[in-house]
Ligand binder design. Sequence first.
Ligand SMILES: [Zn+2]
Length: 86
Amino acid sequence: MNSNHPENLQVCSICSVSITEDGQVNFSNGKPGTRARLYARVCQYTEKPGCINREPELIGELTAQDRYETGEDLTIPTLSNSQTTN
Ligand SMILES: [Zn+2]
């Protein structure tokens, strides 16, 4: 066991990130982000079981900023509403 890690730090071995108790996601590189950002960038494309960031209640609402760095101002095609949640 690694005692340097707080007990409540969750690690997603699928996405190679750790998530702190208060929901901060530490990516393997780049700035820390949120569960929403992690999901928008990684987890939604991950089909493997074991990804820990799959709870909509924890992920919350995805925003455009979650997909790309703020200020990067990329134009992305809008996907059709294939995953509408009710
Ligand atoms: Zn994951």
